[in-house]
Design a protein around this ligand. Sequence first.
Ligand SMILES: C[S@@+](CC[C@H](N)C(=O)[O-])C[C@H]1O[C@@H](n2cnc3c(N)ncnc32)[C@H](O)[C@@H]1O
Length: 280
Amino acid sequence: MNGPDPSGYAPDWLALREPADAEARSAELAAVVRDRLAARAPGPLLVRDLGAGTGAMARWLAGRLPGPQHWVLYDRDPALLARAAAAAPPQADGGAAVGVEVREADLAALGAPDLAGAGLVTASALLDLLTGEEVAGLAGACAGAGCAALITLSVAGRVELDPADPLDAEVRAAFNAHQRRAVGGRRPLGPDAPGAAARAFRERGAEVLLRPSPWRLGPDRPELLRTWLHGWVAAAVEQTPGLAVAAAPYLARRTAQSESGLLHAAVHHTDLLALPPEPP
Ligand SMILES: C[S@@+](CC[C@H](N)C(=O)[O-])C[C@H]1O[C@@H](n2cnc3c(N)ncnc32)[C@H](O)[C@@H]1O
């Protein structure tokens, strides 16, 4: 649940989801990136991580890539970047040094010159927050800079709950509409983002690979399941106030099932890897 959140992202929420995010991201796509980057010119790999938050993507990916790396973490939230800067730097596979620097920036204005020198652009739990224009701008900036892009954990708009409940479909539809709602004149793509990004990168000559990256939530992650469930239902009710009467007993039912260890949720995401054409 990335969800547009004009008030910012609580560090506690990012910390709570980090282990589930790490398990969900496609290790297969990380391995493809690793192979592709093996052929690049020697020297430290420059990675630009967009919407980096507290630096979770670097903590997940740096150790899957060999050799020295320098990560530049971009976010508009200085408090999250301060946490990223204070965290222990990640280690590359093989133990090489990984440098981390943070930059406060709004990605809406991102262009190819901002990505200059990057071997890889990454983003995690960001894409669905962007508008169609911003996604096209991102694909254009990556194509202009000639770099690969690994964009993980974009919401796919599908949630499966076990056991099923008659209200699931209505809550899901309202939540998806909430993700696409205009906020401050911007209309994020929400669950339409992975498809739009795949088209935008392909139109600019990239090879695009898509892989599922679902959260699997159950009794082993009770706090994340409970927090996600409350946020999911609250967003649905905010979008469709008429749901409120039915949503209260629904949430009580789901919470009771979760507390008894009976509730399982698959929250679907998509990971995308865009590879620029190989030089002849
Ligand atoms: C769901 S959080 C994900 C953070 C991190 N990538 C992770 O996986 O833990 C989304 C992040 O994107 C940042 N963000 C969203 N829109 C942005 C924009 N237009 N410019 C800069 N940062 C943005 C938010 O501040 C937030 O840190």
